[in-house]
Design a protein around this ligand. Structure first.
Ligand code: SF4
Ligand code: SF4
Length: 129
């Protein structure tokens, strides 16, 4: 499950992620991080489900972070798509590929929700969810 963690200025410098990793024993992976002077956003991949996932979410919230669970990231409108392939190479994690018929295949489990493909599409067939 991918999660977006939103840090306020007060908790930016705290080792919240490492504490949660220590407490849960989960190898949580950082997929993307954007930090400014006042806020921070981190996209993480949590290899857990059910009660363990709830525990992770609870620990982050208890530490003062806003937690958003990301279940879907983009949607491709198949009616609009002209199979041009312009969205394939800009994707930093190879979450979009084309099959032998040039049909676009979206690998949702890889997507980190960066939105690069949205702007790459010439016919606006991709939108963020
Ligand atoms: S949102 Fe980013 S990671 Fe997801 S498919 Fe588009 S370019 Fe790839
Ligand atoms: S860039 Fe747009 S039209 Fe081209 S293959 Fe990707 S989704 Fe389809």
């Amino acid at each position: 499950m991918k999660m977006k963690l939103i840090y306020s200025r007060e908790n930016l410098g705290k080792p919240i992620l490492s504490e949660v990793i220590n407490k849960t024993n989960l190898p949580i992976n950082i997929l993307e991080a954007k930090i400014t002077l006042n806020t921070g956003e981190m996209l993480i991949d949590v290899p857990a489900e059910g009660e363990k996932l709830k525990e992770v979410s609870y620990l982050f919230q208890k530490a003062g972070l806003i937690v958003k669970e990301i279940t879907r990231t983009i949607e491709i409108d198949r009616e609009k798509c002209i199979s041009c392939g312009a969205c394939v190479s800009p994707c930093p994690v190879k979450a979009i590929t084309q099959d032998s018929n040039w049909d676009v295949i979206f690998h949702e489990e890889k997507c980190v929700g960066c939105g690069i493909c949205v702007n790459a599409c010439p016919v606006r067939a991709i939108q963020m969810l």
